[in-house]
Design a protein around this ligand. Structure first.
Ligand code: TXA
Ligand code: MG
Length: 335
């Protein structure tokens, strides 16, 4: 696998440190406590973390990502007890927490304690997005810092989320203390977001935890992206997102010579300038784990566009297609 994105961003090499050393974790936890930022791995993607209650630290996240102030952040908690101090949990929320936390599920809930998560982290809303990550590094960082950690994906706004430390491309800034490197993120795409602030539970963003898994224990509102085009549901979420520099074509059957082919469960085309297999055996979880790294790699190829074969629209396939549609949105080559 190529390492081109880190070559584009050599200044970050000096602050990538191994996550499995106690000294690294202590350094990162102290940085969070004094209001600095830390990039850390989760089971989904790498996050750019800060103390959720520190208004200045949160402002630094928005600045470093060039993120619109209207787009609220996800707050990472150590355990359900901490999450329950931040937000009001009803029976549905408690049930989902018991079933799926720690794990790639973010719940939108009414705020209880307005100080633990400052207003700009919530984009001024009276609801808050909470999750407990299932990753040893994130878990240790939450334990050592004793803070709820606000963390969006560690990419400039609108670009592809990093699933490895070397893929983190953010502008240099003295407040970014370190990037904790724990290798590739196992899930590879962002958490499933469910809105529980209204009467009907609604999926705002499909993710590694599937509709089928959630629906087995809780009836869901019809997901807008399920049978057709995506619609932005979360505040600040835009249709174009996760975007590479090259235009994208989706659901491609006939690949052309100047295509970079991104393939799922199909043979390598003969004439393409570059190609990558999301999963040769048609495994959607494996495809999700590979998606962003392979999109990045193909984006650096001499191709004219990234051409993607079709991905089944069930299970994690919904989340993969959601990301691909956003990445392709506005591409002249979109099909
Ligand atoms: O897997 C993940 O969720 C990763 C890792 C780092 O945990 N984080 C992540 O954060 O994807 P970010 O900032 O890239 O996406 C956060 C999403 C945005 O679409 C935002 O609109 C939504 O969460 N969100 C946050 N608070 C919300 C709220 N109160 N109501 C509705 N949507 C909200
Ligand atoms: Mg993001």
């Amino acid at each position: 696998m190529s390492n081109q994105s880190s070559a584009d961003n050599p200044r970050h090499h000096s602050i990538i440190i191994p996550a499995d050393e106690e000294s690294s974790l202590l350094r990162a936890a102290r940085a969070l406590q004094r209001g600095d930022l830390v990039v850390f791995p989760t089971e989904t993607v790498y996050g750019l973390g800060a103390d959720a209650g520190n208004e200045q630290a949160i402002q630094a996240i928005f600045r470093l990502k060039s993120r619109p102030a209207s787009n609220p952040l996800i707050i990472h908690c150590f355990d359900t007890a901490q999450a329950q101090r931040i937000a009001h949990f009803d029976e549905r929320a408690n049930h989902l927490a018991r079933q799926f936390w720690p794990g790639p599920l973010t719940m939108i809930l009414p705020v209880r304690d307005h100080a633990m998560v400052c207003s700009s982290a919530r984009a001024g809303l009276n609801t808050v997005a909470l999750r407990i990550p299932n990753h040893p590094t994130a878990h240790q960082l939450l334990r050592l810092s004793s803070l709820p950690i606000a963390a969006p994906s560690a990419n400039p706004s609108g670009k592809i989320s990093p699933t490895r430390a070397s893929d983190v491309t953010l502008p240099e800034d003295t407040c970014l203390e370190c990037i904790l490197d724990a290798g590739p993120c196992p899930n590879g795409i962002e958490s499933t977001i469910i809105d529980l602030s209204g009467s009907t539970p609604t999926i705002l963003r499909p993710g590694p935890l599937t509709h089928e898994q959630i629906e087995a224990i809780l009836p869901l509102a019809q997901y807008h992206g399920k049978h057709g085009r995506i619609t932005p549901k979360s505040p600040g979420q835009s249709l174009r997102h996760y975007a590479p520099s090259l235009p994208m074509r989706l659901n491609v059957r006939q690949f052309e010579a100047d295509d970079a082919a991104l393939l799922f469960d199909c043979p390598t085309p003969k004439q393409c300038v570059a190609h990558a297999h999301l999963s040769r055996k048609g495994d959607l979880e494996q495809a999700a784990a590979n998606l962003y790294t392979m999109m990045r790699r193909l984006d650096h190829s001499p191709a004219r566009r990234i051409a993607v074969s079709s991905i089944p629209q069930h299970g994690v396939g919904l989340a993969i297609n959601d990301r691909l549609q956003r990445a392709a949105f506005g591409s002249k080559e979109e099909s």
